[in-house]
Design a protein around this ligand. Structure first.
Ligand code: NAD
Length: 399
């Protein structure tokens, strides 16, 4: 079985699906590893580093012709899809719940699509394959560095001959994987950190990192399925926004990470909350997307300054801005999944052994044998209200 690593096609994407360190593990398992020329350059892994581990470097045209399985980080573009043929497989973070028609296109070409973002999050044997977690960790870390760079003051308490600087007060809204990493990183930089989430379970996690948990008097438990949050009702949302505004106004830096699977990100920082912040305050909105973000007026990939002097950074693809660390982690995730999926094949004749009765495969296998086999993706394709218009609720595990 020939496993090919392509150069990422998304604009500005610097990550690579497989790093040289992981190649020997795949070769030992009986796989052949092909690398597209320059695939690792953006993450500082030159072709020579792959060659030294036993991989073969291929030109683009030869790579697609030879590959059985193609490994990517993000979704391949149209040009790449046009090069795929029946019987090939693509493994990556393909986001089929955001664009189910992409999955349909792969199914029509007879391509097997395997998407790491469908992995069940709470299954302990799948933890080593959890790319959403590994990339969210990188993003949470980088969000704090972006905030610190944008903020016009110090994060830590500094006592110098020229005076004393008080520590920055930093609030993290949404304390899942990225939020907890942001809390840890901000604490290491010396900020005074608070955290808030709608899942009651996160209180203990926030406090165990030495941060203060913000409790709202209007609090409701919004724990959903699979460890995720559910969407708030309109009344719950209004009460939350109004009460949060007071807390937000007392902080210098806010980092927002809130997501609800299958829905547009919840608005946590309203116009009123922004108006209550002091000039020089900074917000990094990790929820910023084409669908809108956690902060009123944030734009993904842009920095805007409000009339009262609050800088809002619409974060976009933060993991790609720490490309070596995020690729290292992703490479371990994708190779663990790949080895799991070939484990049932003969060592001297490796192949993907598709078995959707397996918990892990049921989450990640999106198309196979010319069909969209993932129930949640198939449901979206059959539904009249596509998800991108705020329709059907589905979770990432596919229920
Ligand atoms: P996510 O990216 O879906 O959302 C980020 C955070 O935003 C979540 O904590 C969510 O509760 C919060 N949020 C959503 N709506 C909100 C609102 N209106 N107000 C405030 N906060 C809001 O979450 P994630 O980081 O992917 O984590 C999802 C869950 O998966 C968590 O429970 C996490 O602990 C769990 N998880 C478990 C494992 C494991 O057991 N191996 C691994 C990874 C994640």
């Amino acid at each position: 079985m020939k496993v090919a690593v392509v150069k990422e096609s998304a604009p500005g994407e610097r990550r690579v699906a497989l790093v040289p360190e992981t190649v020997p593990r795949l070769i030992q398992a009986g796989l052949e590893v092909l690398i597209e020329e320059g695939a690792g350059d953006g993450a500082w892994f030159p072709d020579s580093a792959y060659l030294a581990t036993g991989a073969t470097i291929k030109k683009t045209a030869d790579l697609y012709a030879a590959a059985d399985v193609i490994l990517t980080v993000t979704r391949p573009d149209e040009a790449v899809v046009g090069k795929l043929r029946a019987g090939q497989a693509v493994v990556g973070m393909l986001a089929p719940l955001i664009d189910p028609h992409f999955a349909e296109q792969l199914a029509e070409r007879g391509v097997t699509a395997v998407s790491l973002d469908g992995l069940p999050r709470t299954l302990s044997r799948a933890q080593g394959m959890d790319a959403l977690t590994s990339q969210a960790n990188v993003a949470g870390y980088k969000a704090v560095l972006v905030a610190a760079e944008t903020y016009g003051r110090f994060f830590p308490l500094l006592i110098t001959a020229a005076g004393t600087a008080r520590p920055a007060k930093l609030l993290v809204l949404g304390t899942g994987v990225a939020g907890l990493q942001a809390i840890g990183t901000a604490r290491r930089l010396g900020a005074q950190v608070s955290g808030y989430d709608v899942r009651p379970a996160s209180k203990g996690e926030v406090e165990s990192l030495g941060a203060t948990f913000v409790e709202l008097t209007s609090a409701v438990s919004a724990a959903g399925e699979g460890g995720y949050a559910r969407e708030l009702t309109a009344e719950e949302r209004d009460a939350q926004q109004a009460e949060l505004a007071g807390h937000i106004g007392r902080h210098d830096v806010v980092i927002t990470t809130a997501q609800v699977p299958g829905r547009r990100p919840p608005l946590l920082v309203t116009e009123d909350a922004l108006a209550a912040m002091a000039p020089g305050s900074v917000i990094v909105d990790m929820g910023a997307s084409a669908l809108g973000g956690n902060v009123a007026g944030s734009i993904a990939g842009q920095t805007v300054v409000t009339p009262n002097g609050v800088t809002i950074v619409g974060a976009q693809n933060l993991p790609s801005t720490v490309p070596t660390a995020s690729s290292n982690a992703y490479s371990r995730n994708i190779s663990a999944l790949l080895l799991h999926m070939v484990a049932a094949s003969a060592p001297d004749d490796r192949a993907l052994a598709i078995d959707t009765t397996d918990d892990i495969q049921a989450g990640v296998v999106i198309t196979h044998g010319g069909e969209v086999v993932h129930p949640a993706v198939a449901k979206l394709l059959n539904s009249d209200s596509p998800r991108t218009e705020g329709g059907t609720v589905v979770d990432r595990a596919g229920h």
